[in-house]
Design a protein around this ligand. Structure first.
Ligand code: ZN
Length: 346
């Protein structure tokens, strides 16, 4: 089969689309004919190489994907040939104290398909049954293959970890990115008053389309000052910050007393200057979140399949142009998800 792959870490030119041995499903695994899969910033980090992650080369990237079941291992009970499925990339052990508590994304052996083990951007892939979610036949492949990672991340971060309540004010930074546009939709659906930042007027218009009531161009304005002004100097109850070093201090400045900042990533760097005085005096909470439990994944994807939430598709490319897909992410060109499909599907 053909697969996106790289044999060493590096720049975009390490990415190839070429022959790879056909995968065979184990007892609890499912062989999937891949129709589409989205990229995430994780794919860029994985290509460049992450400290402490030693990959088996060549590595196939891709944490998001969807397709049709071709074959099931003998212990698989939830799926059969012909079913439409989407990948949910979090792999947990099922036996540690956190898994036994139903908190699989806290698993002590947690790993992510595409990051710590081979991903799904190939013509066919083998995925554990536990990492597949059923997809109704009417859902487009681009939608099915691009929702899972960002929507589950935003869902758990805002609702379970952040405890967002109707009527609260929430600021979503980088609202035009994958997690950002999911967070705006989920916060709006939860009944919050949504503030959003992005870098261009076009991206801000998309954020409004997703449900943001107030938008701030962070290239033109000091967003923390704008938030103070818009809220009568009070600040917002929650800031969703996946940007990291570039925004951290202003995120803290944007919070009301007793507010919380939730984070699931740090695309501009993970060691920001912080402000401990502001954290204790204003009694702020800093809350981390990663991926989601299988139950949370089911809940949020149900709302994607029925059209309540919509992953925006920025561009669909053949897998042979995976390097261009990385370029779109790295240059922050456009809005929403970049999807790749096997060349044979296009
Ligand atoms: Zn575990």
């Amino acid at each position: 089969m053909q697969a996106v792959q790289f044999s060493e870490h590096g720049d975009r030119d390490v990415i190839e689309y070429g022959e790879f041995p056909d995968p065979e499903p184990g007892r609890d695994e499912v062989l999937v004919d891949v129709k589409a899969g989205a990229l995430n910033h994780l794919d860029v980090w994985t290509r460049k190489g992450l400290p402490g992650v030693d990959l088996e080369m060549p590595h196939i990237p891709g944490s998001d994907g969807a397709g049709v079941v071709l074959e099931t291992g003998e212990d698989v009970t939830r799926f059969e040939e012909g079913d439409h499925v989407a990948v949910s990339a979090g792999v947990s052990c099922g036996v540690c104290e956190f898994c036994r508590d139903g908190e699989e994304s806290l698993c002590v052996r947690y790993s992510i398909i595409g990051e710590h083990q081979r991903g799904v951007h190939s013509e066919r892939t083998v995925v554990p049954e536990d990492n597949l979610v059923p997809v109704p036949d009417h859902v487009d492949w681009e939608i099915a293959g691009s929702a899972s990672l960002v929507f589950q991340t935003a869902w758990r971060m805002l609702l379970h970890r952040g405890g967002l309540e109707p009527g609260e004010k929430v600021l979503v930074l980088g609202a035009s990115g994958g997690v950002g546009h999911a967070a705006v939709q989920i916060a709006d659906h939860a009944g919050a008053e949504v503030y959003a930042t992005a870098s261009t007027d076009e991206k801000l218009a998309y954020a409004e389309d997703c449900g943001a009531e107030h938008v701030i161009n962070y290239e033109a304005e000091d967003f923390a000052a704008e938030i103070r002004e818009h809220t009568g100097r009070r600040g917002v109850d929650m800031v969703v910050d996946h940007v990291g070093a570039a925004t951290w201090r202003d995120s803290l400045k944007s919070l009301a007393k007793g507010g919380r900042v939730v984070t699931c990533g740090a695309t501009t760097g993970g060691n920001p200057e912080t402000d401990i005085n502001r954290i204790f005096w204003n009694q702020l909470s800093v809350i981390g979140s990663t991926m989601a439990t299988p139950g949370e994944v089911d809940d949020v994807l149900e709302l994607v399949w029925d059209g309540t939430f919509e992953p925006r598709i920025r561009e669909v490319l053949p897998m042979s142009e995976a390097a261009r897909a990385h370029e779109l992410l790295e240059n922050r060109e456009g809005f929403g998800k970049v999807v790749v499909r096997p060349d044979s599907e296009l």
